[in-house]
Ligand binder design. Structure first.
Ligand code: NAP
Length: 246
């Protein structure tokens, strides 16, 4: 029987590639999205075509009430949750720290950090009640290590918070065989760069990557699927970089 996986932000990019890949790796998939219903429906159709169940759920992870409603829906539909990919995230326009506003910081941290922590909390509660372990992968970024000066230091700080959260939560739940890891993508070809106002960003910076190219969402998904799998049964509290060496 398939395990049940929730992927937040699965309507596009890395989340969509992860949901599609999970369907051929023993998972039924809850496809969460915020605004892109068509994207989520297309991913769900591909998951079903691969022979797995897909359940599309709208929820803005920056809203605690919408997170609660999403988990109530998962409880009703599947009655359990085995795995979580905490992927929903945003960047913003390139800006210096001296240009950051309180509103921008609230949005960045509400989605990238507080939302991710609250989603993980709800997932852990269910995994603990089930009593047979689980796996969580939080999506960080190499920005957490690089700092993203003159681009989005706030985004980098939000991802560094995710890495520390990963370590702390992993230690808290290790005895229950709930494994918690981070993946740090590098320059990946998704729509996130256009949403930050610079569609060509990944291509423009590709020369800084030791492998001299950008990565695909599927290459990141492969790392995520490894960490979710039983092949990673002794891997917890760690960070996997999928960044071409950057
Ligand atoms: P993307 O193509 O822009 O996709 C982002 C996904 O997150 C979409 O499905 C979007 O849903 C969802 N999302 C955004 N805000 C949300 C919210 N408030 N509630 C629920 N879902 C929300 O981005 P991506 O490049 O795949 O990024 C995925 C993750 O990888 C992010 O955490 C990002 O920081 C990280 N990352 C990306 C790169 C890169 O180069 N692409 C590098 C390092 C890290 P809707 O469209 O339906 O609103």
């Amino acid at each position: 029987m398939n395990k049940i996986l929730l992927v937040t932000g699965a309507s596009a990019g890395i989340g969509a590639a992860t949901a599609r890949g999970a369907a051929t790796h023993g998972f039924d998939v809850v496809v969460n999205y915020n605004s892109d219903r068509a994207g989520a429906d297309a991913v769900a159709a591909d998951v079903r075509a691969a022979g797995a169940r897909a359940h599309v759920l709208q929820a803005d992870v920056s809203d605690p009430e919408q997170i609660a409603a999403m988990f109530a829906d998962i409880d009703a539909e599947f009655g359990r949750l085995d795995a979580l990919v905490n992927n929903a995230g945003i960047v913003d326009q390139a800006a210096k720290v001296t240009d950051l506003t309180h509103g921008r910081l609230r949005r960045m941290f509400d989605i990238n950090v507080i939302g991710a922590i609250l989603v993980a909390k709800e997932a852990v509660l269910r995994m603990q009640a089930q009593g047979d372990g689980g796996a969580i992968v939080n999506i960080s970024s190499v920005a957490a290590r690089l700092g993203s000066a003159n681009q989005y230091v706030d985004y980098a700080a939000s991802k560094a918070a995710i890495d520390v959260f990963t370590k702390g939560l992993a230690d808290e739940v290790a005895t229950q065989n709930i494994r918690v890891n981070s993946v740090r993508p590098g320059l990946i070809e998704t729509g996130i760069h256009a949403k930050g106002g610079e569609p060509e960003r990944a291509q423009r910076l590709a020369h800084m990557v030791p492998m001299q190219r950008t990565g695909s969402p599927e290459e990141v998904a492969d790392g995520i699927l490894y960490l979710l799998s039983d092949q990673a049964s002794y891997v917890t509290g760690t960070v996997l970089e999928v960044s071409g060496g950057r």
